[in-house]
Structure formats: C-alpha cells, structure tokens
Design a protein. Structure first.
Length: 268
C-alpha cells in the first residue's frame, strides 16, 4: 500500500518498526518462552539506550546508503514487482547470511558483532544491542548488493521491512513454534540456538530465511531442542552491556595474541 500510494517510505518504515516491537513485546508477556528472560527495568534502560544510539549514530551513514541505493537501483523494474520482491528477498537473505557467518569467523568483524551476543537472554528488547558499525556494515552490504544486481528501490524497501520484522521476531521471548516452516523461515526456536554457548548447536546465521543454513550445513534445530545456555563462551572477552563506551571502543583495543575470532562466539 505504501508503494502504491507513494507514501513517505521513511515514515512508513519508522511506524512499521514501532508497531513490530510493541506487538512482539506484548506476545512475550502473554505467551513467554522463559520468564527469566524478561528484561528488568534497568535492562530496558540500557537496551533502550543502545537502540537510540544505534538509530542516531547510523542515521547519517544510512542516509548515504539509501541515497546510493536510489542512484544505483533501476528506475523501471525489469520484472514485475510481485516477482521482483521474493527474488530480492532470496538474494538479500543470502548476502545477509554470508555477512553474518563471516562476522563469527573474522577477527575484526567478530569484535563488532560479538557485542550482540553479550546478553545472557534473548528477547525483543536486546535485539537492538549491537555495535553501530556492525549494523551499518551488514545493512550496507545487503542493500547495496541488491541495488547493484539491479533490483528497484521499491523492492529493496519491501525486503527491508520483512528483514526488520524478522530480526525482531527471531529474538522474541515467546513460545512460538513454526513446525515444518522452520525449514523455510528463521524462527525464535532457531535463533535461541544461535545464541547458545554450546558451539555445536549454535549455527543458524540466517535471520530471515533458514534455507541457506540448510544448504550450507549450519542448520542445527530439531523439534524440542533448546539451548544449553545463552551468551558468550568467554564472557570476559567483551565488556558488559552496560559499559557502553567500553563496548564502542572494544573493536580497536589491543587483544592477547592467543585470542581468536571464535572466542566467545559460534564458529563455523
């Protein structure tokens, strides 16, 4: 409807994000998966700060990315929008999968992405706990790759809405079970395993579709499987979530020679 009626896409995206977060936060209270994973008031404060900082810090850079998408994206879609959107989703999810998997195996990328794995619980609120440069890198790679392939700005926008919704959905601390759909879409059941401290069950680098995990051998979910524990295998390798400044500068701190990109996080 937003595309058909030529609405302001920025405003539509902001309203969609707010509505998604509120809806999923309500689900967490109505059908919780793990009551102990509900954020405390103090955690809500820190999580909210990360969310605001991420939005504020990334706004200028994200504007540049969006502008580049507008320049690089084709003006007139080569294929109908109804066919272009699922194709863009499939290829965009592949780009996201590759970036996410690299973030767990490359030293500098892990020092950015590992910030997201510090909390010892998974919920909608701490989906926003990220290093700002990690967010910018992943979003930039995915959006620009779609534009360079030749997808229209409209399809990139539509895919972006789905990816945002899925990003918060998979972090939902609600007892939601997709059953056979787990083999197509990423789900909270899978993403809890991704945050596991047991590297043998972690996997699941796809945050929107699960088909790439199945194809590349990182799919570990099975009915009834739950994570051993949530967080880092080496909690001392990253600052605490409430140490915001230390977290921001962490990627550029000197580290012991013996440390590895996999320390404290899932490995391939």
């Amino acid at each position: 409807m937003a595309l058909r009626d030529h609405l302001d896409l920025g405003q539509v995206g902001a309203l969609f994000l707010a509505g998604t977060i509120v809806y999923l936060a309500v689900l967490e209270r109505v059908i919780p998966y793990e009551r102990g994973w509900h954020p405390s008031r103090r955690e809500w404060g820190w999580y909210g700060l990360y969310f605001v900082l991420t939005i504020a810090t990334s706004s200028v850079a994200q504007f540049l990315v969006t502008s580049l998408v507008g320049v690089l994206a084709v003006r007139v879609p080569v294929i109908p929008l109804w066919a272009e959107i699922p194709t863009a989703l499939l290829l965009g999810s592949l780009a996201s999968y590759v970036v996410h998997r690299l973030a767990h195996t490359r030293p500098l990328l892990w020092r950015l992405h590992g910030v997201h794995h510090v909390p010892q619980k998974v919920n909608v609120a701490n989906n926003g706990v990220n290093h700002v440069f990690d967010v910018l890198f992943e979003q930039g790679v995915v959006q620009l790759s779609l534009a360079l392939v030749g997808f229209s700005q409209e399809s990139v926008f539509a895919v972006g809405l789905f990816v945002v919704a899925q990003g918060y959905f998979v972090h939902t601390n609600a007892d939601i079970r997709l059953g056979p759909l787990n083999y197509v879409f990423a789900s909270p059941e899978q993403h809890r395993l991704h945050h596991s401290t047991d590297l043998s069950e972690a996997g699941h680098y796809g945050s929107d579709l699960s088909v790439w995990d199945l194809m590349f051998g990182s799919f570990t979910w099975r009915p009834g499987r739950t994570p051993v524990a949530i967080g880092l295998t080496n909690p001392a390798s990253f600052p605490r979530t409430d140490a915001v400044l230390a977290t921001f500068f962490h990627p550029w701190r000197r580290r012991p020679a013996a440390s590895s990109p996999e320390a404290g996080g899932p490995a391939v």
